[in-house]
Design a protein around this ligand. Structure first.
Ligand code: NAD
Length: 484
């Protein structure tokens, strides 16, 4: 199957042919063509930013009530829900996600994010400030929340539509207009999402551009029509964006890489902790920013736990994500596989023990697969413990006591997420407080969409999630008055 052909980009409410034609999007499970994506020009990216600016200035999106915006976002969510079945197939084909992940986290999650954005849109726009005596007169006023303007939403390859919905949802709820630029690796679902949302909203509120190189994203970051960049991706690109945005003091929300610690004490529910460690392999082949890839294990448990992991890795069914029973799919691209393989080579060179995996599965002649891989006898100063691999690779490190576990967890340039497993509730809370990350989950607490989300250190700047997205995508203005 050749897949869908998208040869147009969305500028100011009109789909126009991409100046550079199309390029093939590759199915990472089969290396066949999953579809064709538009390759627009820098001038078209600039035109999309300008169209978003016009739509912002002209209204009515910016000036309509929160209730009206909410109604339109709900309609967009319902239309998206009506198309979900087809979008699951497209997502599997272009991202390589196994069906369960494609259905729940890659597609259904999008509708959830749009519906939550509709709720956000009705948040109060004004908050009174009580009068304060300032000497001769009273100061009083009101704080109003206003949209930032045009938001460039630049997204990564791992959860293309979900990440996009997590940006455009709250940005639109706050009255901004957006230009979406997905990862060139798997942009087809994002094009579909933009088509569905644009059909419901006023023209120019949602714009979509795409191209193979970095220059399309760079053009948006540079454009004088863009007020804010909401970026999710690697720390290296995030740094470049922050530098480029500094000249005009553009607001940035940066959701970047991670190297999260999964801290496992010997007194925990070992089976549940074990399942969480295994998820580095089974949840989108480790291409997850919040993956607990540094598994820190208390010494008495280290040997049996890693032995069990090493025995389990090879039993996981790896292969084409469309096949029933497959739990480990491919990496998204040949480039991503090469990157992961380089880290595996580095781990061996630096003296860690390859306890399982490390190869391309011999039974699969096509597709970008890497076996579930475990390194033991690793130290926290090794490259495989310091750098984000973004693949099915676990680095297991032993620790003696709570203090050492905390020190190891914090010895990282990253601070996105973390996990702790223990039968001692007080210790769980102490460790959660002590680890410097944006989120800590004790004993497998589920993801909470109402919680703030973001990173410390090189994992990012800013917080989104729940009501915190309002702060990310709004300006606050104070209007004060006094007694004559
Ligand atoms: P990437 O940084 O290579 O690319 C991300 C996006 O930036 C793509 O759309 C890309 O085309 C664009 N881009 C590249 N160079 C640019 C430039 N100079 N200016 C503007 N845009 C540019 O990331 P990726 O490989 O697609 O995704 C993997 C990374 O994303 C990992 O590091 C992962 O941790 C991170 N991620 C973080 C989160 C989070 O919430 N913190 C979530 C998902 C993924």
């Amino acid at each position: 199957m050749a897949g869908p052909v998208f040869d147009q980009v969305l500028i100011g409410g009109r789909w126009v042919p991409a100046a550079g034609g199309t390029y093939p999007v590759v199915n990472p499970a089969t290396e066949e063509i999953a579809g064709h994506a538009p390759a627009c020009s820098v001038a078209q990216a600039e035109a999309a930013a300008s169209a978003a600016r016009d739509a912002f200035e002209r209204g009515p999106w910016r000036t309509m009530s929160g209730g009206e915006r909410a109604a339109l976002l709900r309609t967009a969510a319902e239309r998206f829900q009506g198309e979900m079945d087809g979008l699951v197939e497209l997502t599997i084909a272009e991202t390589g996600a196994v069906r369960a992940v494609a259905e729940a986290q890659q597609v259904r999650a999008v509708a959830g994010r749009l519906l939550r954005a509709a709720e956000l849109a009705t948040a109060p726009l004004e908050q009174g400030v009580p009068p304060r005596e300032t000497g001769r007169s009273l100061a009083a006023g009101v704080i109003v929340r206003e949209p930032v303007g045009v938001v460039a939403c630049i997204t990564p390859f791992n959860f293309p539509m979900t990440n996009c919905a997590g940006k455009i949802g709250p940005a639109l709820a706050c009255g901004n207009t957006v230009v979406v630029k997905p990862s060139p690796v798997d942009p087809l679902g994002v094009a579909e999402l933009c088509r569905i949302v644009d059909a419901v909203l006023p023209p120019g509120v949602v714009n979509f551009v795409n191209g193979e190189g970095a220059e399309i994203g760079e053009a948006l970051v540079r454009s004088p029509d863009v007020d804010m960049i909401s970026f999710t991706g690697s720390t290296a690109v995030g740094r470049r964006i922050k530098e480029a945005a500094a000249g005009r003091m553009k607001r940035t929300v940066l959701e970047l890489g991670g190297k999260s610690a999964n801290i496992i004490f010997a007194d925990c529910d070992v089976d549940r902790a074990f399942a969480s460690a295994m998820s580095v392999w089974t949840f989108h082949s480790g291409q997850i920013c919040i993956a607990g890839t540094r598994v820190l294990i208390e010494e008495p448990l280290y040997e049996p736990f890693t032995r069990r992991l090493a025995a389990s890795g090879p039993t996981l069914r790896i292969g084409d994500p469309r096949e029933p029973g497959v739990v480990v799919g491919p990496l998204v691209s040949a480039a991503q596989r090469t990157r992961v393989e380089r880290f595996i080579t580095r781990g061996r060179e630096e003296g860690a023990t390859l306890a399982c995996g490390g190869r391309r599965p011999p039974h699969l002649s096509r597709g970008y697969y890497v076996e579930p891989t475990l390194f033991t006898d690793a130290r926290n100063d090794m490259t495989i413990a310091r750098e984000e691999i973004f693949g099915p690779v676990i680095t297991a490190i032993p620790f003696r006591d709570e203090a050492e576990a905390i020190a190891l967890a914090n010895e990282s340039d990253y601070g996105l997420y973390g996990y702790v497993w223990t039968g001692d509730a007080a210790r769980g809370l102490r460790v959660a407080h002590a680890v410097r990350t944006g989120t800590m989950q004790i004993n497998g607490s589920p993801l909470n969409p109402d919680a703030p989300f973001g990173g410390y250190k090189l994992s990012g700047v800013g917080r989104v999630g729940g009501q915190w997205a309002l702060g990310a995508y709004s300006e606050l203005k104070y209007i004060g008055w006094t007694t004559p």
